[in-house]
Design a protein around this ligand. Structure first.
Ligand code: C2E
Ligand code: MG
Ligand code: MG
Ligand code: MG
Length: 288
């Protein structure tokens, strides 16, 4: 076979396409095996409360502990897991595992779990969340389900119902990566979110771009007036920290505080950010 006719001036050389496709297939085979063998682990990134200067909780982030490739980040396998129909099984494991682990943390800490659009659209999500809570004994209000706006694009009525069922369980719901994609301020009033997470692209542009600070201000203003918590994602330096605090974000997440860490190191973060006695700290400056 020579070149594939794409019907335009662009011609893709087939051996290259074959290589990409066969790599994708072998990764898919490995991913199927990984789901059975449970080659995944959760890392946890601290979520810091501005008001108390204390830890609010952790976001659980999946990693694939691949036997030869090492630690594979989610961007390299979540899309494939969705295509291959593996995301539901994987997402179920994440929910159960996160709840099982969070139940051992101090009782005021929440755990945030990402749910992909495909998983959200499945009939099983609400049941899975209920089972994960029951099985682990985690208080529902300590679980925060993170979804992205892509979830809200279609079947709006069905989606509202799923969100309402999650809220009826007492679980919390966060809108992740807000400001990217098809963002609409209208979503915010229409859906029962407990939290908005401002996408890190806006945080990154603080300083060299006045408009990103204006967007942050608008999100905080509308979100807070709807009673939602506002997290800024991807906080990496003190300048961003200062702006985000002055713009009244309620919570902060980013490398400035900590990258995602494996669970065996969590106790150190919990001790450092909660204090040995887990006392309430009212000092705003402590947030850094
Ligand atoms: P996300 O939910 O928006 O998670 C935040 C991502 O930003 C994480 O990447 C985190 O490591 C990274 N991050 C945190 N602080 C900083 C910072 O200061 N600077 C920069 N540059 N990055 C920072 P990660 O762990 O690679 O996850 C990427 C995405 O994969 C997540 O974005 C989420 O959409 C998805 N994901 C992760 N775990 C799961 C999961 O269990 N299920 C599903 N469905 N998706 C997941
Ligand atoms: Mg997230
Ligand atoms: Mg995010
Ligand atoms: Mg993201």
């Amino acid at each position: 076979r020579a070149k594939k006719d794409t019907g335009s001036a662009v011609r893709v050389f087939e051996p290259e396409m074959d290589r990409v496709e066969s790599e994708r297939r072998s990764l898919e085979v490995e991913l199927r095996r990984a789901v059975i063998e449970r080659e995944f682990e959760l890392h946890y990134q601290p979520i810091m409360s501005v008001k108390t200067g204390r830890l609010r909780g952790f976001e659980a982030l999946i990693r694939w502990r691949h036997p030869s490739r090492g630690l594979v980040p989610p961007a390299d396998f979540i899309p494939l897991a969705e295509e291959a129909g593996l995301i539901e099984q994987m997402g179920e494991w994440v929910l159960f595992e996160a709840c099982r682990q969070a139940v051992d943390w101090p009782g005021h800490l929440i755990v945030a779990v990402n749910v992909s659009a495909r998983q959200f659209g499945s009939d099983r999500l609400v049941g899975t969340v209920r089972n994960a809570l029951d099985e682990s004994g985690l208080a529902a209000e300590r679980l925060e389900v993170e979804i992205t706006e892509s979830v809200l694009l279609n079947d709006t009525q069905d989606n509202i119902e799923v969100l309402q069922q999650l809220r009826a369980l007492n679980a919390r719901i966060a809108l992740d990566d807000f400001g990217t994609g098809y963002s609409s301020m209208g979503y915010l009033a229409k859906f029962p979110f407990n939290r908005i997470k401002i996408d890190r692209s806006f945080v990154r542009d603080i300083g060299d771009n006045k408009s990103s600070q204006a967007v942050i201000r608008a999100i905080v203003s509308l979100g807070s007036s709807l009673g939602m918590d506002i997290t800024a994602e991807g906080v990496e330096n003190a300048d961003q920290l200062e702006v985000l605090i002055s713009e009244n974000c309620s919570d902060l997440q980013g490398y400035l505080f900590s990258p995602p860490i494996p669970r065996q190191d969590l106790h150190r973060v919990i001790e450092a950010y909660c204090g040995p006695e887990d006392t309430v700290c009212e000092d705003k400056d402590k947030v850094a």
